[in-house]
Unconditional design. Structure first.
Ligand code: ADP
Ligand code: MG
Length: 248
């Protein structure tokens, strides 16, 4: 696998970002199947899914409830493995990973943004953003990096506040800082605007889109909002476990 170091100067801090050549996809699903056992019946959640995404792609996924959106995100996040098929992530065959390897993958290469923000209520904004660094490096933190990310989402001045003191839009911006602090290769978002008014929702999407460009992070976002979905540079629909590329 060929990778070159891309240096991005942002707010005086230098980030080292691994950047794939355009010809090497950062994520590949090759004929992926996933089913769950529901009582005695197997339920197909994903069927023959093929997908190829590049570094910096901003991908939106729409589809009806039960279509397979969360299952797809869980496989991308290394939270689950396929029954059949290959998942290649950043040059490695994740579909063969052990539990331990999947844990390391999640800690080091994946960022996640949730509909309900999922901030730790007893931790300050700064401590919430610090968490992924502590998980990845046990005791080593990086105050400069935390400040840079909180500046990036415009919330450094709220570093010592608690989540309950913030608005929904602000909480989601903290969640984005937390999701990006360990420089993930992929940023996954399950309905990140589902709990926000449209103005704040658009701000959040704008921020994720900017992150995809600035950090070459591949963003994969599930949304029910067609206006939000239209902002992506790649659009997919998933229905009855089948993924289709909505070429626009
Ligand atoms: P979506 O996020 O699009 O609503 P999901 O990926 O959650 O869809 O679900 C896809 C299908 O798989 C649905 O039929 C759902 O009922 C089923 N499913 C998902 N998770 C489980 C599970 N843990 N056990 C049994 N069935 C599941
Ligand atoms: Mg879902």
């Amino acid at each position: 696998m060929f990778a070159e170091a891309l240096r991005v100067i942002l707010d005086g801090t230098v980030f080292q970002i691994s950047c794939q050549l355009m010809t090497t996809p950062i994520i590949q699903f090759i004929d992926v199947y996933k089913s769950y056992q529901s009582g005695s019946q197997p339920v197909t959640a994903l069927e023959a899914v093929n997908l190829s995404l590049d570094a910096g792609d901003f991908v939106t996924i729409m589809g009806p409830s039960g279509g397979g959106k969360t299952t797809l995100l869980n496989l991308l996040a290394g939270l689950d493995l396929p029954d059949k098929g290959k998942i290649i992530l950043n040059g490695r065959k994740v579909s063969d990973f052990s539990d331990h390897e999947l844990t390391l993958l999640r800690r080091n290469e994946i960022g996640f943004v949730f509909q309900f923000f999922n901030l730790m209520p007893t931790l300050t904004v700064m401590e919430n953003v610090e968490l992924p660094l502590l998980l990845a490096h046990s005791s080593r933190t990086d105050s400069e990096r935390i400040k840079t990310l909180l500046d990036y989402v415009g919330l450094w001045h709220r570093a010592n506040s608690f989540p309950a003191e913030l608005s929904g839009g602000e909480m989601q911006r903290v969640a984005i800082a937390r999701a990006l602090v360990h420089q993930p290769v992929i940023l996954l978002a399950d309905e990140p605007t589902g709990n926000l008014d449209s103005e704040n929702g658009l701000k959040i999407i704008g921020l994720m889109r900017k992150a995809a460009t600035d950090f070459k992070t591949t963003v994969v976002m599930v949304t029910h909002n067609p206006q939000v979905a239209a902002i992506g540079n790649r659009h997919f629909e998933i229905r009855d476990g089948k993924l289709t590329d909505q070429i626009t």
